[in-house]
Design a protein around this ligand. Structure first.
Ligand code: ADP
Length: 478
């Protein structure tokens, strides 16, 4: 079984969130299930400079405004196909925008090119590589199924995975004529979306199968509350929508060998975590000593409930415990978090930025990892928390609800709780969740049991990779 994965991010080359973790880990684990996967990615500046030996496998005289080459490369265990198109990708900044956070105005062309090349590969562009499945991720790859729905016949089946329905890739209708799609594609049952062009909509409309990254989110997005305007069409495609939980790469996230930790540890030596906690406290300028340390590692956005967190801080500080926050995002939320740290020196510490190494140290040192999201397709920080003995304190929504078992008294009695769940979208419920965590922490033996249970739970890709492999087999009838 040959699979082409199409994505705008892949760890360790380019990452702005969980999408990169998934696309970087899944192809490797799929290998253990008889699936050989290659990944198509844009040749952003940071990608091109990280590639070692490459081989040119195709050229394009004019790929959405300029010449381009398709390169084959290997990165560790990953087989890559990279679109070297300087006019589209050779720029500073993030994959999606300028350093000041503004989207690139030609994002439609940058990601139409990704979809176009993905579809060309499915039609046998490169000799010796005929994918049975094209697996496209998020709106940036949403045009792959659209290009494959028209024109020459091919045998590839398409899977489109939604990692977050909130990012929709909407553009003005005037770009449609440049997409190289037939006029009939601009229709309500095509890529037309509220009068414009919707790349996410295209993926949802034309893919043979739609998946999202947790069973609960797969249910939620069928409702108006979570459907972001797409619930109607998702319901219409009900039989082709499946939730498959993400895992994490347990080699990268392994507390017993993690070099970013001051002290490595395992479930048998959980007490050693305290040295990492001391390092985290120092790094964030927080008071030393006992008491629960909460950590947040997150995009600072409304989705992640960071405004709720900011509003809860004064109450939380009064309850005890300390909080460290690593993240970046919306300017007003960054400001609110920095102001909270100023108000509560020694109790609240905030580092604005993106720091992979520090995120590992925090997971290995904080007592509770806090995820107050309003909606969460899957969420990876709580999975990493489970593996690192950082007890997840999370909102009961999407993948958070699917991966954390609330340690209420019945669950503790039954020996199954792995974290604390609270109702999403309210400061009161968040504060109650924090208070429950603080109370649980006051019983060190019970807390340690919850921690150990989390560390033992399977957060790897094993189960999910098998589910994807099965899905591919069903689609190809093999
Ligand atoms: P999303 O993809 O919605 O941002 P996920 O929980 O699925 O959220 O994945 C987030 C990933 O990004 C995790 O690997 C998390 O550790 C990482 N991350 C988020 N913010 C930061 C940050 N400021 N520094 C380092 N890593 C971060």
């Amino acid at each position: 079984m040959e699979v082409l994965s199409v994505t705008s991010e892949i760890y360790p080359l380019v990452k702005t969130g969980g999408l990169a973790d998934v696309t970087g880990a899944l192809p490797i684990v799929l290998g253990e299930h008889g699936v050989s996967a290659r990944t198509l990615v844009p040749g952003y500046r940071q990608v091109m400079s990280a590639l070692g030996k490459t081989r040119k496998v195709a050229t394009f005289r004019n790929l959405f405004g300029g010449p381009a080459r398709l390169l084959r490369a290997r990165l560790g265990e990953l087989e890559l196909l990279v679109i070297d198109a300087p006019h589209l990708y050779d720029r500073p900044g993030s994959p999606y925008g300028r350093e000041d956070g503004k989207d690139w105005p030609d994002n439609w062309a940058r990601f139409a090119a990704l979809g176009y090349v993905g579809a060309a590969l499915a039609r046998g562009l490169v000799r010796g590589f005929q994918p049975d499945i094209v697996h496209a991720h998020d709106w940036q790859s949403g045009l792959v199924p659209a290009y494959l729905a028209f024109g020459d016949k091919h045998r590839a089946k398409t899977v489109f995975t939604v990692h977050n329905l909130a990012f929709q890739g909407q553009f003005d209708k005037k770009i449609f004529k440049n997409l190289k799609l037939p006029a009939e594609a601009f229709a309500m049952d095509g890529i037309e979306y509220y009068g414009g062009v919707g790349f996410l909509k295209a993926g949802l409309q034309y893919a043979d199968m739609i998946t999202t990254v947790s069973p609960t989110y797969a249910r939620e997005i069928r409702t108006p509350e979570f459907g972001m305007g797409l619930d109607g069409m998702l319901n219409a495609r009900d039989g082709s929508l499946l939730g498959i939980l993400n895992g994490i790469d347990t080699k990268i996230w392994n507390p017993s060998v993690d070099k970013a930790l001051v002290r490595t540890f395992s479930v048998a030596s959980i007490k050693r975590r305290s040295e990492n906690k001391t390092a985290v406290l120092e790094r964030f300028g927080l008071e030393a000593g006992g008491g629960l340390l909460f950590g947040v590692i997150s995009r600072l956005t409304w989705q992640k409930g960071i405004d709720l967190l900011a509003s809860s801080i004064d109450q939380r500080v009064a309850m005890g415990g300390r909080l460290c926050v690593l993240g970046s995002g919306e300017a007003k939320l960054e400001t609110a978090m920095v102001a909270a740290a100023k108000r509560h020196p020694g109790r609240v510490g905030v580092i604005i930025g993106y720091d992979e190494q520090l995120s590992h140290l925090m997971q290995g040192g904080v007592d509770g990892v806090l995820v107050p999201s309003r909606f969460e397709p899957c969420g990876l920080t709580q999975l990493i928390g489970l593996r690192y003995g950082a007890v997840p304190v999370v909102a009961r929504t999407g993948g958070l609800a699917d991966t954390v078992i609330d340690a209420n008294s019945a669950a503790i009695e039954a020996g199954v709780g792995t974290g604390i769940l609270f109702k999403p979208d309210s400061v009161g419920a968040l504060v109650e969740g924090l208070s429950r965590a603080i109370k649980l922490y006051e019983k060190p033996e019970v807390w340690a049991r919850v921690q150990r249970r989390g560390m033992k739970s399977d957060v790897s890709w094993n189960v999910s990779a098998k589910a994807y492999a099965q899905l591919y087999q069903e689609l190809t009838g093999s």
